[in-house]
Ligand binder design. Structure first.
Ligand code: S3P
Length: 442
C-alpha cells in the first residue's frame, strides 16, 4: 500500500472530504495544502489573492506542495495546483487520484459553498466556471494515476475505490482458471497478479509483495488442496478473510475425441473426472500440469490432436479450443472452496451472506491418551458445531500430525475464544486462521 496519496480535482470535487475519511481509514496523517498555505501566510486565501495577487498564491502553493510530498499521508490539494508545469512534474512521481465530476455538479457545489471563499470563481457565471474546468481537465488527466468519476458516488464509495485500487491480489493463474472465476466474484478495483503455482502465490503474500492471495482449499470430490492448507501451517502472517464456494464444471477440451492419447490437467481436475476418464479413455496417459488453464494453453499452442485438456468452459472459450464433452466431473455437485488470505480486512460488503466459519490448526500435546477426545469435548459442551476435521502430517516424522478444524460460527464469539483458551491450557498449540464470511456462487 502506497503511503502518500495526493488528491487532485476541480473546486468542489470533494478533495478535503475524501481526504479526511481516507486518512481515517488508512490511519495516515492528512495534509490540506490550502490550510497549510493559510497558516504559513497567516491570512485567508481570498486575502492572499486580494493583497498579494494570484502569482504570489501560486508560488506559496508550489512551496507547500513540494514540502508535503516529502511526507507520508493523504494530501488534499487546491484545484489550481496542476496549473504549474513544475507542480505537474512533481506530481508525476506521486500516486495521484483525480476526483473528477460532472461540471454541472461542480458548479452547483461551488454556488452552494458561496463564491466568495474561492477568488478564482468570484463573480463568474456557471458557463465561465465550466470553461475553467475544461481548460484544467487535461492537466488533471496528465498527473492522475487513478481517475474516479465521483458524480454519482458517496464519499464512502470513493474512499473504498481508492483503497481497493491500491490493493494487489494474487491468484493461481492464468486468467480464466477456476481461481480467476472465484476472484471475479469478489473484486472491484484491485490489481490482480497471476502466479504459476499455489506455493509461489502464498509465498508472495508472506513476503508482503501482495495484500491478498486467493487459493483453492478444498474440492468436494477430491478433498483438501494440500499445497494450500499445508503452506498455511505454522505461520502468523496470513489469515482467512473470506471463503468463496464455486461450482466446478469440467470440460474435455481438444480437437478430436477419437485421436486422444494424452489428457493434461491439474491433478485435482484429473481426479475429479476419474470415472469419466476410466470409462471413455482407459488407455490415455494422464499428465498433471500447474493449472487447468495451463493445460488448455498448451493444447492451443501445440494444436496436437492426440492431446486433450480438462478445464472450465471459460478457458476453452478464451483459447478457442473446442469442447468435446461437457460436465465430465464425477458428480454434478462438484464444488471448490477458495480462501482469500491476507493480514488486512478484505471488504466483501457488496456480497451478502450470513454464513460465517472459524478455522483452527490444532497440534495435540505429545503422547497424551484421549487428547483428540478432549479437543472435541471443548467444542461439544459449548455447543460449537464442527463442520470439518482433518489430520495432516506435520512433515516432521511419521505419526506427527496437526488437525484442521472448521467450526460454524453461530454462537457468541466469546465461546470460541474460551474453547481456544481451554485447548491451550490442555497443552495444544492452536493456530487461529480467523473467522470469515462464506460466499456461495451458482
Ligand atoms: C483554487 C482552488 C481552491 C484554492 C484557491 C485556488 C483554484 O481550492 O486553492 O482558491 O485555483 O482552483 P479548492 O479546490 O479546494 O476549492
Amino acid at each position: 500500500m502506497k503511503t502518500t496519496i495526493v488528491l487532485v480535482g476541480y473546486m468542489g470535487a470533494g478533495k478535503s472530504t475524501v481526504a479526511k475519511l481516507l486518512a481515517e481509514k488508512l490511519a495516515l496523517p492528512i495534509v490540506d495544502l490550502d490550510k497549510k498555505i493559510e497558516e504559513s501566510a497567516q491570512m485567508s486565501i481570498p486575502t492572499i489573492f486580494a493583497k498579494r495577487g494570484e502569482a504570489a498564491f501560486r508560488k506559496l502553493e508550489s512551496q507547500v506542495l513540494q514540502a508535503s510530498l516529502q511526507q507520508t499521508g493523504i494530501i488534499a490539494t487546491g484545484g489550481g495546483v496542476v496549473l504549474s508545469k513544475t507542480n505537474r512534474d512533481l506530481l508525476k512521481d506521486a500516486w495521484v487520484v483525480f476526483l473528477d465530476c460532472q461540471d454541472d455538479v461542480l458548479v452547483q457545489r461551488i454556488f452552494n459553498d458561496g463564491q466568495n471563499i474561492r477568488p478564482v470563481v468570484q463573480n463568474k457565471t456557471a458557463e465561465q466556471i465550466k470553461e475553467i474546468y475544461q481548460e484544467r481537465k487535461p492537466f488533471y488527466d496528465e498527473v492522475a494515476s487513478l481517475t474516479i468519476d465521483t458524480s454519482c458516488l458517496t464519499v464512502d464509495e470513493v474512499v473504498q475505490q481508492i483503497i481497493q485500487a491500491q490493493q494487489t491480489i494474487g491468484y493461481l493463474g492464468p486468467v480464466n482458471s477456476f481461481s480467476f472465476q472465484a476472484l471475479k466474484q469478489v473484486i472491484d478495483h484491485q490489481k490482480v497478479v497471476e502466479f504459476a503455482s499455489i506455493p509461489l502465490c502464498i509465498d508472495a503474500l508472506l513476503k508482503e509483495k501482495l495484500d491478498f492471495a486467493l487459493v483453492p482449499i478444498e474440492n468436494s470430490l477430491e478433498g483438501s488442496v494440500h499445497a494450500s492448507v499445508d503452506r498455511l501451517y505454522d505461520q502468523k502472517e496470513c489469515y482467512v478473510q473470506a471463503e468463496i464456494v464455486l461450482p466446478i464444471h469440467q470440460q474435455l477440451i481438444g480437437y478430436d475425441a477419437k485421436q486422444i492419447k494424452k489428457i493434461l490437467s491439474h491433478p485435482q481436475a484429473l481426479a475429479q473426472c476419474q470415472k469419466y476418464i476410466e470409462e471413455h479413455f482407459p488407455c490415455a496417459f494422464l499428465e498433471p500440469v500447474q493449472s487447468t488453464t495451463a493445460a488448455v494453453l498448451e493444447i492451443a499452442q501445440r494444436k496436437d490432436k492426440s492431446l486433450a485438456a480438462i478445464a472450465g468452459k471459460q478457458a476453452a472459450k478464451f483459447y478457442q479450443v473446442p469442447i468435446l464433452a461437457s460436465n465430465i466431473q464425477d458428480n454434478d455437485f462438484n464444488q471448490t472452496r477458495f480462501w482469500i488470505l491476507g493480514k488486512k480486512h478484505f471488504d466483501t460488503s457488496r456480497l451478502t451472506t450470513s454464513e460465517q466459519k472459524l478455522t483452527l490448526y490444532i497440534t495435540l500435546p505429545k503422547d497424551s491418551p484421549g487428547a483428540l477426545h478432549k479437543v472435541l469435548a471443548a467444542f461439544a459442551w459449548r455447543d460449537l458445531n464442527l463442520v470439518k476435521i482433518e489430520s495432516r502430517p506435520q512433515k516432521t516424522k511419521l505419526g506427527e500430525y496437526f488437525f484442521i478444524v472448521d467450526l460454524q460460527v453461530n454462537r457468541p464469539h466469546i465461546l470460541y475464544q474460551n474453547a481456544i483458551e481451554e485447548l491451550e491450557a490442555l497443552g495444544c498449540v492452536v493456530q487461529n486462521l480467523g473467522m470469515y464470511p462464506v460466499l456461495h456462487h451458482s
